[in-house]
Design a protein around this ligand. Structure first.
Ligand SMILES: NC(=O)C1=CN([C@@H]2O[C@H](COP(=O)(O)OP(=O)(O)OC[C@H]3O[C@@H](n4cnc5c(N)ncnc54)[C@H](O)[C@@H]3O)[C@@H](O)[C@H]2O)C=CC1
Ligand SMILES: O=C(O)C(=O)Cc1ccccc1
Length: 358
């Protein structure tokens, strides 16, 4: 793996390796692009098989955050952190204190918080060492569990792809296949059922399934490997990335895809394939911007304003309709239409900053 080559190709500014012998912490922090402002991005804890897997994940995730911030109109850049370890058995206070000290070293150039495998309990510990933590509970001055607003935004994204695919954003009677019933998936199921949808769900952790069934007994559960081929109107990935790939695309029986998972396309060509097949794809970093919108709102002067944040998250619907219009007008895949808007915003900002410097 030629790391500098990858960073140069994708435009990453920094990749920092962090280890703390006492706690066993091994963490990577990637800052992709700070043109629009300081980098924001959550922290994933995952038992990667190799160091290369961890490096690849943090580079992809951090780039996605730049695109997410630009596409959702935030004045922040993109970054992400990954802790290499098993969230079920490797966590400790010492680990998250050490991680907080590493974050503090950026002095605001990077702020982080929950993502896959981490919870706000972990970041309450981090907060003891650094103020650069987002999505803390209201009692700690944060905006609360970012998964809820992420689920809200994803619900709006599902309504937008429904409108594009079926001519109406009503989810009444629509069958939605939800992959991943974790922090985001659980709340998303609630929004979908409230909106009249029929939900087919799956997860690899039984207790997550049980929690959903306890509150939403009407949800149909299938095995993880079956979710791709269930008869449905919309497939909603809310687990891990790279699940839209050569193996899964031929199985899909949906007319549209919209979910919270980061980096859903294994490669851009898989977005081209969805376009060819006429499957409406809501670009992941547009659909799942709710969490980022919350954390950016927490950083506004005067602090978090829930009404303002949810108003911005509701705008995910209109942004997607704009992207679908560009995709139809120019006959390009939706992910390319979204990337075009992002590149235009970054380029404009770079020019303005250059002029300003003069
Ligand atoms: N939590 C947040 O605010 C945000 C999360 N995201 C993204 O949304 C996705 C979900 O995030 P969270 O809900 O916070 O994470 P989480 O870890 O709470 O939930 C992920 C769920 O997916 C399940 N899962 C993993 N592999 C699976 C598989 N092969 N099949 C079925 N289920 C599987 C896990 O058991 C877990 O229940 C991630 O990709 C994350 O990066 C994006 C934006 C914000
Ligand atoms: O949208 C994401 O994937 C995030 O990582 C959102 C976020 C940003 C900063 C702190 C916590 C979560």
């Amino acid at each position: 793996m030629k790391i500098f080559e990858m960073m140069e190709k994708e435009g990453h500014e920094q990749l920092i390796f962090n280890q703390d012998k006492a706690s066993g912490l091994k963490a990577l922090i990637a800052i992709h692009d700070t043109t629009l402002g300081p980098a924001l991005g959550g922290c994933r804890m995952w038992p990667y098989k190799t160091e290369e897997e961890a490096i690849y994940d943090v580079l992809r995730l951090s780039k996605g955050m730049t695109y997410k911030s630009a596409a959702s109109g935030q004045d922040y850049g993109g970054g992400k952190s990954v802790i290499w370890g098993d969230p079920k058995k490797d966590k400790s206070e010492a680990m998250f204190r050490a991680f907080g000290r590493f974050i503090d070293g950026f002095k605001g150039r990077f702020s982080t918080g929950t993502d896959v495998g981490t919870t706000y309990h972990d970041f309450i510990i981090c907060r003891k060492e650094t103020p650069y933590i987002g999505a803390l509970p209201e009692s700690y001055g944060g905006g609360g569990n970012s998964s809820i607003i992420t689920a809200f935004g994803t619900w709006k994204g599902i309504k937008a792809v429904a409108k594009e695919a079926f001519g109406s954003d009503s989810l009444e009677g629509k069958v939605i296949a939800v992959q991943g019933l974790g922090k985001v998936g659980y709340y998303l199921v609630g929004y979908l059922i409230e909106d009249g949808a029929k939900v087919i769900g799956t997860d690899i952790v039984q207790e997550h399934i049980d929690k959903v069934l306890a509150d939403y007994p009407g949800v149909t559960i299938v095995k993880p490997e079956e979710i791709y081929e269930v008869e449905c109107d919309i497939f909603s990935p809310n687990a891990l990335g790279a699940i839209i790939n050569d193996e899964t695309i031929p199985k899909l029986k949906c007319k549209a895809i919209a979910g919270a998972a980061n980096n859903q396309l294994a490669e851009p060509r898989h977005g081209d394939k969805l376009h060819e097949l006429g499957i409406v794809y809501g670009p992941d970093y547009v659909v799942n911007a709710g969490g980022l919108i919350q954390v950016a709102d927490e950083l506004e002067p005067g602090g978090y304003n829930k009404e303002r944040a949810y108003g911005k998250a509701a705008g995910i619907y209109d942004m997607l309709l704009k992207i679908f219009e560009i995709s139809r007008r120019d006959n390009i895949p939706t992910y390319k239409a979204a990337d075009t808007l992002v590149h235009e915003r970054l380029e404009t900002y770079r020019k303005v900053k250059t002029i300003y410097k003069k």
